[in-house]
Design a protein around this ligand. Structure first.
Ligand code: NAP
Length: 253
């Protein structure tokens, strides 16, 4: 176990992929975990993986881009699991297209989930963290923050997550709250599966092609990201703040 004290953690977009692996890992670290996703029923798998191993977890349905839903969700977590002092802003979507074909709706949808969603979640949760004089915030960025063809919306959002993180670190440090970003490279999840579908290649070929470009010779797994988040949310990481950690099997670009 990384932390000495059991805390309440919130992980958004935790029904599957990186969010699910992170929720399960934070529960193994000894925390009670609120598993948030758009559809409460879709969180059942993550919640039962935690509770069947003796952990504590609840499922909460919320669209992180909607202020009223966020307020209600965070209040419910505090009432049922205790004041949240760990927050992982992981919920995300992609709507890839070259800029000349990208619609305003695809731009807004991506910016709304990643940036507006992280802003709303953090605004709601920081009230508990500052009252407790302790907090750990981890935001999901991406290597796409450095630029990626077909992703002007997503790369703008993921670069925005880095500035958001650094400013949170500056504003909240005096309250015992750290904020860091994890920027994954290629991770095998439904998100990358959908990219393969859009490119009309098999997921297996897509994975093999990606692995060939990565210095460690393999693609990432959700657990690789969860392990990094486990460290950043631990008590012993209290002097690490405002950082962007690329977890990509090599240097970021
Ligand atoms: P994923 O498998 O697609 O899972 C994302 C989860 O977020 C889904 O369960 C999704 O719900 C949920 N979600 C979407 N919009 C939401 C909203 N408005 N409110 C609440 N939940 C919402 O994605 P992933 O690959 O695990 O990615 C997780 C995070 O890592 C994302 O921020 C992503 O951008 C980032 N990332 C991923 C990679 C990668 O290679 N996979 C690389 C770099 C960064 P639905 O299923 O209902 O849509």
């Amino acid at each position: 176990m990384n932390s000495t004290t059991q805390r309440t953690a919130i992980v958004t977009g935790a029904a599957r992929g990186i969010g699910a692996a992170t929720a399960i890992r934070l529960a193994k670290d000894g925390h009670a975990v609120a598993v948030l996703d758009l559809d409460e029923a879709s969180c059942a798998g993550t919640v039962s993986a935690i509770t069947s191993s003796g952990g504590r977890a609840i499922a909460v349905g919320v669209d992180v881009s909607q202020p009223d839903q966020v307020e209600a969700a965070v209040a419910r977590v505090a009432a049922e699991l205790g004041a949240p002092t760990i927050l992982v802003n992981n919920a995300g979507i992609i709507r890839d297209n070259l800029i000349f074909k990208m619609t305003i709706e695809d731009w807004d949808a991506v910016l709304n989930v990643h940036l507006r969603g992280s802003f709303l979640m953090t605004k709601a949760v920081q009230a508990y963290m500052t009252a407790e004089k302790y907090g750990r915030i981890v935001n999901l960025s991406s290597t796409s923050a450095l630029g990626n063809r077909g992703q002007v919306n997503y790369s703008a959002a993921k670069a925005g997550m880095q500035g958001f993180t650094k400013t949170l670190a500056i504003e909240l440090g005096r309250f015992g709250v750290t904020a860091n970003a994890v920027a994954p490279g290629f991770i095998a999840t439904d998100m990358t599966r959908s990219t393969a579908e859009r490119m009309k290649i098999s997921f297996e070929d897509f994975l093999a092609g990606a692995a060939a470009q990565i210095p460690v010779g393999r693609v990432g797994q959700p657990e690789d990201i969860a392990a990094t988040i486990s460290f950043l949310t631990s008590e012993e990481a209290g002097f690490v703040s405002g950082q962007v950690i690329y977890v990509a099997g090599g240097p970021e670009d």
